[in-house]
Design a protein around this ligand. Structure first.
Ligand code: HPA
Length: 284
């Protein structure tokens, strides 16, 4: 029987330092963490100082590894600048621990970004895709094992990425002139990129993009009743589609190229999904 790591110490530590309860969690993926630097009145805590958080022995470039709490667009947020991945060897419970801890602090909403390979015909590096759904091909689930108090044993997954949130994101994107599409994200364990045959398989399964993150966090968030919005930055054409060799450097480069657009979109959608349309209130 798997026992999820106790989060009591983590929550106690964070509560002492983050005095205003975060309403929204931002999980910022590879090369997409710059937004955390724009948070107002920030309290920034390196992951390796937070009790219970997995301890990294080495830093992967692009994964700064800090929790930054404060205000963004008038919303109290706690941003994960970097995240824990299954491919690093962490258990599903490790990967999900920050979500459980931040939900315990009161967060009700989670916005996640990730880098992904695009496989739907017509997709180009630099495209942004709202996650409409996912296919979990990691064959791991952080909800397996003992049920954590406050979580459901058999959570519904018919709307993992909230339909209303996606509509708000589309509206924000339209307002900002940011092209956006919706699609299905296939999550694989990694860390190797896929083979061309695997990409053909994923296309037949109904995937539009492929990546190595996000799904473990969303499974836990949904089990706790948090609403989620996922945004994939298509950093490359999936293996075999572009003819090029895939590299982490390329993923980081494209991530850096779209970071301003992605940051603008997250800023635009945040007050909408937090239930506070501050812009329209100010105009009224
Ligand atoms: N495959 C898996 N994960 C990824 C990719 C990819 O092509 N690009 C960015 N993350």
């Amino acid at each position: 029987m798997t026992h999820p790591a106790p989060i009591h110490d983590t929550v106690h530590f964070l509560r002492e330092r983050i005095t205003r309860a975060p309403h929204a969690v931002l999980v910022l993926g590879s090369g997409l963490g710059g937004l955390a630097d724009e948070i107002e009145d920030p309290v920034a805590i390196p992951f390796d100082q937070i009790p219970g958080f997995p301890r990294r022995t080495q830093e992967l470039a692009g994964h700064a590894g800090r929790l930054v709490a404060g205000r963004l667009e008038g919303v109290e947020v706690a941003a994960m600048q970097g995240r824990f991945h299954l491919y690093e060897g962490w258990s599903p419970a490790d990967v999900a621990l920050p979500v459980r801890a931040l939900a315990a602090l009161g967060a009700e909403v989670m916005l996640l970004t990730n880098a992904a390979g695009g496989l739907r015909p017509g997709m180009q590096p630099g495209d942004l895709m709202l996650m409409a759904d996912h296919i979990n091909l990691m064959w791991k689930n952080p909800l397996a094992g003992q049920v954590v108090p406050g979580e459901q044993r058999f959570p519904d997954m018919s709307d993992p990425y909230d339909r209303g949130f996606r509509a708000e994101a589309e509206a924000a994107a339209l307002e900002l002139g940011i092209p956006i599409t919706q699609g299905v994200y296939a999550a694989l364990l990694g860390p190797s990129y896929e083979t061309p045959a695997e990409i053909r398989m994923l296309g037949r399964l109904g995937a539009d993009a492929v990546g190595m993150s996000t799904v473990p966090e969303v499974l836990v968030a949904r089990a706790m009743g948090m609403k989620c919005l996922g945004i994939s930055c298509i950093t490359n054409l999936a293996a075999g589609l572009g003819g090029a060799v895939l590299s982490h450097d390329e993923v980081m480069e494209v991530g850096a190229r779209v970071r301003d657009r992605l940051a603008a979109l997250v800023r635009g959608v945040l007050p909408r999904v937090a239930g506070l349309n501050l812009a329209s209130e100010a105009a009224a």
